[in-house]
Design a protein around this ligand. Structure first.
Ligand code: OAD
Length: 247
């Protein structure tokens, strides 16, 4: 299937097209992925650093990774991949982005319909009194950050060992169940339940277009088309093809 064929299907699908994104889409913005070259989980064990039980035992250890990530995000900008998805939505060719990312870069690029499957680090909440504060206002010099009440603050994200909140879970399943084309971008497709979203879409008859420099377990099992390459390069080409096909 050529880029032109995919573009034609996207024009037919319009707002019922969707995207599922993972850490790979933010790599070209300078955010390291979890797996593979330069991946966070190559350096530290996720069970020790990002599991809810580990957080309860030793929040400072959790924050030794999360604190620098949140600080670094302040100077990180969306890239051409995020921008191409936002442009597809603005053109009426994409109805939603389901993202596993917690960096907020889709919204910063202009995407409006974003389902954050794993939450977002933009907001922290106190594990004792539940007060919520923007992470930009949180004291991150002394970790773990604490609320005025003395309780430890945590980001409003899904940690390992925690369930996906019902809102994003149900919404993602609805979108997958009724989408025409699903773009699966920059995800290794190994973390459940996010990895099953393309499968739901495929079963409901969607065309699954995977974009990734490397093949994943989804490539063989679920994807109809595999576009090899970086999302910051492939997505702008796809956007152009969709615009040509829509004329
Ligand atoms: P991973 O780090 O597992 O996978 C990143 C994917 O991006 C890989 O398949 C890479 O080949 C691909 N990639 C790398 N550079 C790319 C580029 N420039 N353009 C496109 N793709 C590129 O990230 P996720 O699949 O998002 O969960 O990981 C899923 C979940 O595992 C995360 O949400 C997080 C993590 O543990 C939680 O924290 C709960």
């Amino acid at each position: 299937m050529t880029l032109e064929d995919i573009a034609k299907r996207m024009v037919e699908g319009g707002k019922s097209n969707a995207a599922l994104t993972g850490a790979g889409i933010s790599v070209e913005s300078g955010v390291p992925p979890f797996r593979g070259k330069g991946g966070l989980w190559e350096k530290v064990d996720p069970v020790e650093f990002a599991h809810i039980e580990a957080f309860r035992r030793d929040p400072a250890k959790y924050w030794s990774i999360r604190g620098p990530f949140i600080r670094d995000l302040r100077s990180i900008r969306p890239n051409a991949g995020h921008e191409a998805l936002a442009a597809l939505e603005a053109d009426g060719m994409l109805g939603a982005v389901i993202t596993q990312n917690i960096d907020g870069l889709h919204q910063e690029a202009g995407s409006r319909s974003v389902i954050e499957f794993h939450g977002n680090v933009a907001v922290l909440y106190c594990v004792e009194c539940r007060r919520r504060i923007p992470s930009a206002e949180a004291p991150l010099d002394d970790l773990p950050p604490r609320c005025g009440c003395g309780g430890v603050l945590r980001p409003d994200v899904v940690m390992f060992g925690e369930a996906i909140p019902p809102g994003p879970m149900i919404r993602s399943q609805e979108i997958a169940g009724s989408c025409a084309v699903m773009l699966v971008v920059g995800t290794s497709g190994v973390v459940q339940p996010a990895a099953s979203i393309p499968l739901i879409a495929r079963r409901a008859g969607a065309l699954i277009v995977e974009i990734n420099p490397d093949e994943t377990p989804l490539t063989e099992a679920v994807s109809d088309v595999f576009l090899a390459g970086k999302s910051g390069e492939v997505l702008p080409r796809l956007l152009e093809a969709v615009r040509r096909a829509g004329r």
